[in-house]
Ligand binder design. Structure first.
Ligand SMILES: Cc1ncc(COP(=O)(O)O)c(C=O)c1O
Length: 394
């Protein structure tokens, strides 16, 4: 009898896409919707990057190419990580993939065995537990709680490490909380990984979108370069979501394993996007700095406004481009608030359970719309808050 492999039933989808579909349906009915549901920048790549892509296609750079990525791009990524994160990385330790998510799944396929336990933050990117389960392993959440300013509690993680634990996943700045893991936390996580001989899978996709200080990668801590896999990409920092380009940085034996997976699946990332990505990394127009400055303004404006809405409570994120709002004082569930906002106010945000159980009293808004739209969204939310205002003042 024909059947679908059982691993697929272990996977789940992304909540943002369901809200997006409903929002699009409302738009088709003529409703005005402010889209704050997807993690997709409203910026586009800088003009020289687009020119580089066009020139690359015109020059015939549209062939199969190296499975690990163009040598020039791998070298440019190593150099970029040195310049922007102070990391000592060799080009041989870099592998290019179509998207950070693909780099993440290749790394997970290379490192996780059925029966392993994998620690992941709750709330976080839903793919971590989903793909872990798809690989036949057990996903073990550790909390990012408001009372700890959404920093993980290393003691909780230590308690959850058991003999089958092999991988510790984290994401800093975190989607959806915006938390940048503190130096003290990173030191403790590194200590635990060393003590228990774990791989660390560090998703650094938001490393450039930082509102203060310098980014510190766990890779740079003593002894960590040999047990860390960084995944990152061009989607967020360079506003290149649809270009599908990301990379992993890892010890060479991990890169070799991932390379074999590439050869058995997608063969290579597109050559012309890789050529243009070298231009993006050079950032000749300082596009990243300008984009982060704009995100900072949006954050300041939107978080201040959200905190004025009865029943809402929001800490300012230190990085990434999300507002993570506690709604428990509204007396409604996050799903009810999500629905009211979308159906009555035309504001699309996501109920936090899409990011794990730890998100059940929260909503996530992406700061990916212009400030005038964010101001309009605040006004609309304020209007709809009539539905729960009475409950808050009781
Ligand atoms: C934490 C995290 N990792 C990875 C990704 C996916 O990145 P890419 O578009 O490069 O696959 C996202 C996108 O939302 C994300 O939030």
């Amino acid at each position: 009898m024909t059947r679908i492999a059982s691993r697929v039933s272990q996977l789940h989808g992304e909540g943002a896409l369901a809200v997006y579909s409903r929002a699009k349906e409302l738009e088709r009915q003529g409703r005005s919707i402010i889209h704050l549901e997807l993690g997709e920048p409203d910026f586009h790549p800088a003009a020289p990057v687009v020119d580089a892509l066009r020139n690359a296609v015109a020059a015939g750079r549209d062939r199969y190419c190296s499975t690990r990525g163009l040598p020039a791009l791998r070298a440019a990524i190593a150099d970029y990580l040195q310049r922007t994160r102070g990391l000592d990385v060799a080009a041989e330790q870099v592998l290019v993939a179509p998207g950070c998510k693909m780099a993440l799944s290749l790394a997970m396929m290379a490192l996780i065995e059925p029966g392993d336990e994998v620690l992941f933050p709750d709330p976080s990117f839903p793919i971590y537990p989903s793909f872990t389960r798809g690989l036949g392993a057990t996903a073990v959440p550790y909390g990012l709680e408001e009372k700890n300013k959404f920093q993980p509690d290393p003691d909780e993680i230590a308690r959850k490490i058991t003999p089958p634990t092999t991988v510790l996943i984290f994401n800093s700045p975190n989607n959806p909380t915006g938390t940048v893991f503190s130096d003290a936390v990173l030191e403790k996580l590194a200590g635990l990984a060393t003590k228990h001989d774990l791989w660390v899978l560090a998703d650094e996709i938001y490393a450039r979108i930082l509102f203060s200080g310098e980014y510190k990668s766990i890779w740079s801590l003593a002894g960590m370069a040999e047990r860390t896999v960084i995944v990152d990409g061009f989607s967020k920092s360079f506003a290149m979501t649809g270009w599908r380009l990301g990379y992993a940085v890892a010890p060479v034996e991990v890169i070799e394993a991932m390379d074999l997976l590439v050869l058995n699946t997608f063969t290579c990332a597109a050559e012309f996007t890789q050529v243009a990505a070298i231009e993006a990394l050079g950032d000749s127009t300082n596009a990243v700095e300008a984009m982060v400055a704009e995100y900072r303004k949006r954050r300041d404006q939107f978080v201040a406004g959200l905190n004025k809405i009865p029943g809402f409570r929001c800490q300012a994120p230190d990085g990434a481009f999300y507002a993570w709002v506690n709604i428990e004082n509204t007396g409604l569930s996050a799903e009810e608030v999500q629905k009211l906002l979308l159906e009555e106010a035309g504001v699309a945000g996501i109920a936090g359970a899409a990011f794990g159980q730890g998100g059940k009293n929260y909503l996530r808004f992406s700061l990916v719309s212009a400030r005038n739209l964010l101001a309009e969204a605040l006004e609309r939310i304020h209007r709809v808050s009539l539905h729960w205002r009475a409950a808050v003042s009781r």
